[in-house]
Structures are given as structure tokens and as C-alpha cells.
Design a protein around this ligand. Structure first.
Ligand SMILES: Nc1ncnc2c1ncn2[C@@H]1O[C@H](COP(=O)(O)OP(=O)(O)OP(=O)(O)O)[C@@H](O)[C@H]1O
Ligand SMILES: [Mg+2]
Length: 343
């Protein structure tokens, strides 16, 4: 099936479902502005998966919420552009964003329990989303048939449709959230994985299932997870964030084999489950950056083993180091030195 926008895309030669340019978002707090997202730029191809990684508090969920149009009242997008399938999302009203949510972009939340209203069955809530977003609104029978299909897809028994959220285990609830996310055939799904709510095995299973569903249904996905080994398996591209900025972005296999940002290297090599030769590396020392008063220049410089004077004065911008692989570091050519040290 070819929609008018799909043929226009083909004419323009863009295969991106999402184009994010210079996205900058701050939270206003009593202590000052939290500079949680700064100058983030990336594209996401149709039907591809991007992993977003970085230590806790680096701004991953903030990027996701900006894309979803679900920012809290104290948040402000200061700059930049988010184009979904060619349509600009920055500047849309809350109502316009609400209409697009779930239909165009859906999110599998961190803390899935909060997504459900405890007084309605899970089936009722998915049916409500379908009837609100589908055009024309489907009959109850059609909606029910679709929900039954989705439940099968995510591995839930059809009987669970009539159950209330509190009757679901953590893993089942997460599956139900995925069914909800898929219910309106979104172009993009953002999976922001909880770090503590689910055990690691369940989390890994669910991410892998989501990948399989993605292959079957053909949507784009952004995965946010602390489980870097799983990200390596389920994504084509990986973006590494440090203190609100994207510092490395590229094809997943290449970034894992050859990380070029010092932080990228330290982060990826500190994951013991990643296959490959064991190397001794300087551990990542120091505290995460304060985002109200971030370090000047490169935000990573106070913790960087390669830092020079210049790094505290100028902010490095993303530079292409090989096709599709970008790094924001003045001295990326020296990063490999760190990888050999101490072998
Ligand atoms: N509503 C808010 N008001 C003020 N500051 C906020 C708000 N939400 C998040 N922050 C701050 O913004 C920064 C980025 O937070 P964010 O939740 O995006 O990080 P994250 O990478 O998703 O972390 P985690 O891996 O722990 O989920 C942090 O310093 C956080 O304290
Ligand atoms: Mg988060």
C-alpha cells in the first residue's frame, strides 16, 4: 500500500522516519536550568532500530519525552527540530501532540505500572486507545479482534484482556504495554526500559521480542536501556549520550568494535557481557556532570583521560570519522591508545 506521503518521500529520496536536529531542552528548577538535552542531532531510518545509552541522568528519557511531546510543565524546548515522517513536531500545541501520540509515536514506559488506570480492565484501556485514534473508529468487534491478535503477538493469554492491571505480574504488564503501544500501528516506538522494575532476564526477553515484532510489523524503534549487551543485539545504530549531549553515533557493530569517543570506549568496554578480548582499562572515575552548571567546553573533559586544555575551552561538534560514524571529540584519533593500554 502506498500512501501519498510515502510516494513524496520516495521522490525526495528520504528514507528517514525521524529527523532530529539540534534538539535542546532545559528544565526550569529553583536551582537554575537543568541543561538535560543539548544540540542533539540524529536521523532514524524507516524500520530501523537505534539504541540510546549513557549513564543514569544523562538525558535519555528527556530525549524520549521530547519526541513523545510528553514533557512536564517546567520543561522547555529551546531550540531545534523534530520531524516525524516529514512533519515538524516542535511548536505543536498540547492537543495536536495528543492526537499524534500512540497513533504516530508510542512509548513503552519506564515504570509500566503508571501507564494503566487501575479501575478499568487492560482490554478496556487498549480498546479506548484504538477507538480514539483509528480513523474511522472501528466497531467493538473489530477492536476486540485486533487486541486479541496483539495479545497473541506479545505472548499474553486472551483471558488476560478482562483482567485489571494489578492482576498482571511485572513482566506481563510490560507485555501489555507493548500491546498498547502497537495498537495504533505507530511509525515509531520508543522503549524506555526500567532499570530496576523488572528483572534482567525478563527485560532481555521483552527487548528481544520487541525486536521480533518490529521485524514482522516494520516500524522504527528507539531502545533506551542500561543493558548494553542487548542493545548490541537488537539495534542497527547506537547513540552514546554524556551529560545531555550525544557524543558518539554510528552503526552498532562498528561502534562496538571501534568506539572512538573516550567516553564511548570506557562505557562500552566496562560492560563485561560484551564478547571480545578482555582488556584492562582505566575505570571511569569522577562524578557525573552537574547539568545546572555543566563543565565548559566538552562536558566530559573533567573525567577524560585524553583531555587537553582545548577541551575545557571549546565544545567539540560531531565529526564523521567513517561513513555514518560520528564522534564529538577533538582527539578521537587517540582514543584507540586507551584501548591497548594495560593489556
Ligand atoms: N521534571 C524534571 N525537572 C527537573 N529536572 C529533571 C526533570 N526530569 C529529569 N530531570 C533531570 O534531567 C537530567 C536528565 O534526566 P533523564 O531522566 O532524562 O536521564 P536518563 O538518562 O533517562 O537517566 P536514567 O538512566 O536514570 O533513566 C537529570 O539531571 C535529571 O535529574
Ligand atoms: Mg531514563
Amino acid at each position: 500500500m502506498t500512501s501519498p506521503s510515502a510516494s513524496a518521500d520516495t521522490l525526495l529520496g528520504t528514507d528517514n522516519i525521524l529527523e532530529v536536529d539540534d534538539l535542546t531542552m532545559y528544565y526550569k528548577t529553583r536551582g537554575g536550568y537543568v541543561k538535560a538535552v543539548e544540540d542533539i542531532t540524529f536521523d532514524l531510518g524507516k524500520q530501523t532500530a537505534l539504541g540510546l545509552v549513557g549513564e543514569s541522568g544523562c538525558g535519555k528519557t528527556s530525549v524520549a519525552m521530547s519526541l513523545m511531546g510528553l514533557l512536564p510543565g517546567n520543561a522547555e524546548i529551546n531550540k531545534g527540530s523534530i520531524r516525524l515522517d516529514g512533519d515538524e513536531l516542535v511548536g505543536l500545541t498540547r492537543e495536536e501532540l495528543r492526537e499524534r501520540r500512540w497513533r504516530d509515536i508510542a512509548m513503552v514506559f519506564q515504570g509500566a505500572m503508571n501507564a494503566w488506570n487501575p479501575v478499568y480492565t487492560v482490554g478496556d484501556q487498549i480498546r479506548e486507545a484504538i477507538r480514539y485514534h483509528w480513523e474511522p473508529a472501528p466497531s467493538v468487534e473489530v477492536a476486540n479482534a485486533r487486541i486479541a491478535e496483539l495479545f497473541e503477538l506479545v505472548g499474553l493469554a486472551p483471558a488476560m484482556l478482562e483482567r485489571y492491571p494489578h492482576e498482571f505480574s511485572g513482566g506481563m504488564r510490560q507485555r501489555a504495554v507493548i500491546a498498547m503501544a502497537l495498537s495504533c500501528d505507530p511509525k515509531l516506538i520508543i522503549a524506555d526500559e526500567p532499570t530496576t522494575a523488572l528483572d534482567v532476564i525478563v527485560q532481555e526477553q521483552i527487548l528481544k521480542e520487541l525486536k521480533k515484532i518490529q521485524d514482522d510489523l516494520g516500524m522504527a524503534i528507539i531502545y533506551i536501556s542500561h543493558d548494553i549487551a542487548v542493545i548490541a543485539e537488537v539495534t542497527e545504530q547506537i547513540g552514546i549520550m554524556y551529560a545531555g549531549r550525544l557524543v558518539e553515533l554510528g552503526p552498532t557493530p562498528e561502534v562496538f568494535a571501534d568506539p572512538r569517543h573516550p567516553y564511548g570506549l570506557l562505557l562500552l568496554r566496562s560492560t563485561p557481557s560484551i564478547k571480545g578480548p578482555r582488556r584492562k582499562l582505566a575505570p571511569l572515575v569522577g562524578e557525573p556532570a552537574d547539568l545546572v552548571n555543566p563543565p565548559p567546553g566538552c562536558r566530559f573533559h573533567p573525567r577524560c583521560p585524553l583531555a587537553e586544555e582545548r577541551c575545557a575551552q571549546e565544545t567539540p561538534v560531531m565529526e564523521e570519522v567513517s561513513p555514518g560514524h560520528q564522534v564529538a571529540c577533538f582527539y578521537w584519533e587517540r582514543t584507540a591508545e586507551l584501548d591497548i593500554e594495560g593489556v
